[in-house]
Ligand binder design. Structure first.
Ligand code: NDP
Length: 328
């Protein structure tokens, strides 16, 4: 029987047993894997739907200590993977399809297979938010992007739109002025949520124009397979206009990848894991033994590669302590 669903197990299904499974292969999951690997825990890392996490869609990372000239995000992730596997971590391309934390060992469903594990580190991060317009989705990679550092260069000499009114949007807009002749910041609200310092910087920039109280109704260019402009609407007057731009960058925040854990551990109102003392997961305020969280899935505030890595280290050290206390 499948212990998660009480249905007969598929003949091809396997059951394996582990000391530690890590969900996610961004820099928090991989740092946890390096530490746990060095402790001889032979962690299994399930890479999930965004292998390498957000660093894998970034270009130059200039603020990760130890790289005075900076390092490309994908290269940093590749290095971390090599480091983790050198110490015995196993990386597997697989998606979690179910989990049961109600008994020990913890049970994870991966496709039709089941993994029993004594401990779990959830490091599945947060993904960029999209407007979810069909035309936007059709043009991702063809002028629609959620990563200014990755794709800004391709629009050198063009006019660009950035969506959002928070610090991410300000940061993207300011960054994109290195390439674009003009950046239009489109915010659905009249007021901008960004911190004063970031907002002031953007306002002071001669190549940034603000379009508040405006929504994007359509990204134009689906047939041509490249962004030709945006159909935008003023929320007060309802008047629609066409804004000619060659690219649209989303800066509207992130979505934590924690939906699979709804109801089995505590999530906050935005779906981030509530991590007690930074690493322990809880259910109704009580610690869930052996299940830890690290990185952006529980961090809406700092969201940096180095803080995610530090948090992965903390989670791995807690796993070691937990397993020692529970007789490993
Ligand atoms: P925020 O949640 O602060 O802002 C999101 C913005 O996107 C808001 O303007 C919001 O509009 C808008 N938005 C959300 N959903 C949609 C939608 N579906 N359609 C249109 N607009 C939408 O997210 P950020 O990523 O900007 O920031 C998150 C945290 O990270 C903050 O604490 C921020 O300070 C921090 N940060 C700090 C940086 C720095 O200091 N350098 C850089 C980047 C982030 P509305 O206001 O109408 O809801």
């Amino acid at each position: 029987m499948n212990p998660l669903t009480d249905t007969p197990l598929d003949a091809a299904a396997t059951i394996e047993t582990r000391d530690l499974v890590i969900l996610g292969s961004g820099c928090s999951g991989l740092t946890a894997a390096i530490y746990a690997g060095r402790s001889n825990l032979k962690p299994l890392v399930l890479e999930g739907h965004e292998p390498g996490g957000q660093l894998s869609i970034t270009t130059l990372v200039e603020n990760f200590p130890g790289w005075p000239e900076g390092i490309q995000g994908p290269e940093l992730i590749e290095n971390m993977k090599k480091q983790a596997t050198r110490f015995g971590a196993e990386l597997r391309m697989a998606h979690l399809t179910g989990a049961d934390f109600s008994s020990r060992p913890i049970k994870l469903m991966v496709g039709k297979d089941i993994i029993h594990t004594r401990t779990l580190i959830i490091a599945s991060g947060a993904s960029a938010r999209w407007l979810n317009l069909p035309s936007e989705q059709a043009l991702i990679g063809h002028g629609v992007s959620s990563c200014a550092t990755c794709d800004g260069f391709f629009f050198s000499g063009h006019e660009i739109a950035v969506i959002g009114g928070g610090d991410s949007a300000m940061e993207e807009a300011l960054f994109l002025t290195r390439f674009a002749t003009k950046v239009t910041l489109i915010n659905r609200s009249e007021n901008f949520r960004a911190s004063k310092i970031m907002l002031d910087r953007a306002i002071a920039h001669p190549n940034i124009e603000f379009l508040p109280n405006t929504t994007v109704e359509e990204v134009i260019g689906v047939e041509e397979k490249e962004v030709k402009g945006l159909r935008v609407k003023n929320r007060t007057t309802g008047v629609e206009t066409i804004l000619k731009v060659s690219a649209m960058f989303l800066g509207i925040g992130h979505e934590p990848n924690a939906k699979a854990f709804k109801g089995i551990i505590d999530l906050d109102e935005d779906g981030y894991i509530v991590a007690k003392d930074d690493v322990y997961t809880t259910l109704n305020g009580q610690v869930v033994p052996g299940v830890f969280a690290c990185g952006d899935i529980k961090d809406r505030r700092y969201r940096q590669a180095i803080t995610a890595a530090g948090s992965g280290c903390m989670a791995a050290l807690e796993v070691e302590k937990y397993l020692e206390e529970h007789g490993r």
